[in-house]
Design a protein around this ligand. Structure first.
Ligand SMILES: Nc1nc2c(c(=O)[nH]1)N[C@H]1C(S)=C(S)[C@@H](COP(=O)(O)O)O[C@H]1N2
Ligand SMILES: [Mo]
Length: 164
């Protein structure tokens, strides 16, 4: 390879490396009715992506209104809640686009609802569905979940959970 070409390649590699380094690792902030905290004063728990990925992973294969049938992989919401000693009945979700919805924990248990981090093995991008996407197993329970009310429960760009 010519020296000039090597320079171009090196510059491209450096651009990719710095883009990866500046992309903030997705932290999930959990607050409300918890018993474990990373910040006792704020009564909040900041769960790093590393910790999230160390919890048992589960996959739901389903289509959504916005994505074709895909494999969503992440952690059952009930496992995230157990990790922080959550004690409530409801979780309020907050997102990058300031959407808010409250969903019952009993429903997460019944359907094994996950907070997905991956779609077909690729991390969910914050500019679209990431960092975290609430996924119900719609295709496994069509009679119960393939209904308009479930649509509003597929919450993308999730960054915060508040346990109530
Ligand atoms: N992050 C985020 N998730 C969301 C929403 C939103 O505005 N932001 N809207 C919810 C509601 S109320 C419904 S009905 C669907 C809306 O999807 P639509 O924007 O394609 O109509 O996504 C749900 N998930
Ligand atoms: Mo909606």
């Amino acid at each position: 390879m010519k020296a000039a070409m090597k320079g171009v390649v090196a510059a491209m590699v450096m651009a990719i490396v710095s883009a990866a380094a500046t992309a903030a690792p997705p932290t999930l902030e959990i607050s409300g009715n918890l018993s474990h905290f990373t910040d006792t004063a704020k009564k909040s728990y900041k769960m790093s992506e590393t910790e999230f990925l160390s919890l048992p992973q589960s996959t739901i294969k389903t289509g959504t209104n916005w994505t074709p049938v895909s494999r969503f992989t992440g952690v059952k919401i009930t496992d995230v809640l157990d990790a922080v000693g959550a004690k409530g009945d409801t979780v309020e979700f907050r997102t990058l686009d300031d959407y808010t919805v409250q969903l019952p924990i009993a429903e997460f248990r019944k359907y094994g609802v996950i907070l997905a981090r991956y779609i077909d093995g690729k991390p969910l991008d914050p500019s679209k569905w990431g960092p975290y996407f609430v996924i119900y197993p719609k295709d496994d329970f069509p009679a119960e979940l393939n209904v308009p009310t479930t649509e509003a429960k597929f919450i993308w760009q999730v960054t915060r959970l508040i346990v109530r």
